[in-house]
Design a protein around this ligand. Structure first.
Ligand code: GDP
Length: 298
């Protein structure tokens, strides 16, 4: 079955309704609305959001025979309306450095996203320092170093197993003395021991605030779109252990149903700063609500 993000939603609604070339319209009745709601839920939009979107679509249309294009337009409009307020690029501040703390579970795409962002900032003429704060995962540090080379930015590391907060402090000192525009700090993603991680992140925040009481200016939560509804749980957890200010959703190039972004926007209202659309350095795009809605509805 084609994922919703690849454009199956309308096709399925019409196919299921027995509509074909000879009947290109479908009556919007309770049955059809129920099917529509099911399709939205199946696309990871969540029950509450799907119900509300369906109710809004029904308004003024119930009892009418509609073409798939008409339903598509209405649906895309509803989804875009939910997404517009959260489609916001990473806000930039005059602080030198602007400190961006990057959090998320292992494998979500933190390292990759930091590399892509660093490259974009460099391209915009900004100087960037990166700190490899996941000091317990040697592989993560190595990966970040590779990304640093690709992006042309220095990556500060510390011996394996050493205190991430002390690395963050050193990175802050260096970024300040060099007058860097941005400092991006990678962090561990071990949710297995939430209490530990919470303390680790709190300590990082504490020490960087010694250098700048406003830091971190952004706490970016990186989420993997292929985890579907899990992304909602991850936001809940990370909001408890860090002061999440915005999201980056990765792996939207795959078979992922981006529907979970609608549920996220509806439930948390956190800005979506960018989306990951591949494994290469330029595969990070601004989040465009209209384009997203059109692709989701298909
Ligand atoms: P981390 O453990 O959170 O630092 O995750 P990584 O940055 O190492 O990414 C985990 C895997 O996801 C790697 O294989 C990345 O290449 C891949 N990845 C990250 N972002 C994207 C994306 O937007 N699209 C795709 N297709 N793969 C991605």
């Amino acid at each position: 079955e084609a994922p919703a993000a690849r454009g199956g939603l309308m096709t399925r609604l019409f196919r299921r309704g027995g509509a074909a070339a000879e009947a290109p319209r479908r009556l919007m009745d309770d049955d059809m609305l129920e099917e529509l709601e099911e399709l939205l839920i199946a696309s990871d939009m969540g029950v509450t959001t799907s119900q509300r979107v369906t109710a809004n679509i029904a308004e003024g249309r119930i009892g009418r025979r509609l073409t798939s294009a008409e339903i598509k337009e209405a649906l895309a409009g509803e989804i875009a309306r939910i997404m517009e307020p959260v489609a916001r690029p990473l806000p930039l501040y005059p602080s030198k450095p602007q400190v961006v703390l990057v959090v998320g579970v292992n494998g979500s795409g933190k390292t990759t996203t930091i590399g892509k962002l660093a490259s974009q900032f460099r391209g915009a003429g900004k100087s960037v320092v990166v700190a490899a704060g996941d000091t317990f995962r040697a592989a993560a540090v190595e990966q970040l170093q590779i990304w640093g080379e690709r992006a042309g930015v220095p990556v500060m590391t510390a011996p394996e197993g050493s205190d991430p907060a002390s690395l963050a402090f050193d990175a802050m000192t260096r970024a300040k003395s060099e007058g860097a525009d941005l400092l991006m700090i990678d962090t561990a993603g071990r949710l297995q021991n939430r209490q530990d991680l919470m303390e680790e992140l709190a300590k990082i925040v504490r020490v960087i605030r010694k250098k700048d009481p406003d830091a971190p200016h952004n706490t970016l939560l990186v989420l993997d779109a292929t985890t579907g509804q899990n992304a909602l749980t991850q936001v809940e957890i990370f909001q408890k252990i860090a002061d999440v200010s915005g999201l980056v959703m990765t792996k939207l190039d795959g078979t992922a149903r981006g529907g979970v972004l609608v549920a996220l926007a509806d439930r948390f209202g956190l800005p979506i700063h960018a989306i990951g659309v591949g494994e290469q350095i330029d595969d990070l795009s601004p989040f465009d609500p209209d384009e997203f809605a059109a692709a989701l509805v298909g």
